[in-house]
Ligand binder design. Structure first.
Ligand code: SF4
Length: 245
């Protein structure tokens, strides 16, 4: 069975959610709000990879037919933080490096910085302030394991690289945009160095193995239900399918 890190992570969070997403292929309609974190994260990745703020802005704009004043706010935020990311994140030899093992695993390493011949630092970019939430994630451990298994190279250090989001809430009349962009300009990119832990890789394989044998896909209620994209479908058997793709 071919899995990604996200598939096993989703199964870990809730087997029923895994079934809805990956077996029944139910997905909520695209969130086209100006602050969609997926669009902003992708734009930041584009800016870091191309070392070009305008490319980040183009990436963000490409998701919308019309750019309103609310979109302009998000563009100002991108213009405030991406130059800092370009300045502080070292240029990588590889971006979006594909890890592909037939019938087993697929994943993409955000960035690989060459430190010596055959030796790299592995970066995973997160557009988030939730450092404690991510630093225990097994993702970079799995990526190091597969990168070293699939190539002749070694990974020296692992980092989650946090591109900060503003902690200031935008006023409804958009009157505090400058305060927000000034705050973002004052923030640094945070590099969280992670010590490699083989136990994390073993745990991943144990969960993958459970997933392969799973037949019940039971609901696992937790605080994560509050952010579950498919919770409406989960809680009411006759969910409104117009909210799904
Ligand atoms: S709402 Fe909770 S229990 Fe239901 S699918 Fe989502 S994560 Fe699972």
């Amino acid at each position: 069975m071919k899995v990604s890190y996200s598939k096993v992570d989703t199964y870990n969070t809730c087997p029923f959610l895994y079934k809805l997403k990956y077996i029944e292929h139910l997905e909520p309609k695209d969130d086209l709000s100006p602050s969609n974190p997926l669009f902003i994260g992708t734009a930041c990745h584009e800016g870091i990879e191309t070392r070009d703020v305008e490319k980040a802005v183009e990436s963000y704009k490409s998701h919308f037919d019309e750019i309103t004043s609310e979109h302009e706010v998000e563009i100002e935020k991108i213009k405030s933080i991406v130059p800092k990311a370009i300045e502080q994140i070292p240029d990588c030899e590889f971006y979006e490096y594909k890890l592909d093992v037939p019938d087993e695993f697929v994943g993409y390493i955000d960035g690989l910085v060459k430190v010596d011949e055959g030796l790299y630092d592995l970066l995973d970019f997160k557009t988030s302030n939730n450092i404690s939430g991510y630093k225990t994630s097994p993702q970079v451990h799995i990526y190091k394991y597969y990168f070293e298994r699939l190539t002749e190279n070694k990974v020296r250090d692992l980092y989650y690289v946090f591109i900060p989001k503003s902690a200031i809430k935008l006023n409804e009349d958009l009157s505090n945009v400058k305060e927000i962009t000034d705050e973002l300009k004052s923030r640094d990119i945070h590099f969280e160095k992670i010590d490699f832990d083989k136990q994390q890789v073993n745990y991943f394989f144990a969960r993958k193995s459970l997933l392969e044998k799973e037949t019940n896909f039971q609901k696992r209620y937790s605080s994560k239900c509050n952010w579950c994209q498919l919770r409406k479908f989960c809680k009411t058997n006759g969910a409104d399918r117009s909210e799904l793709k």
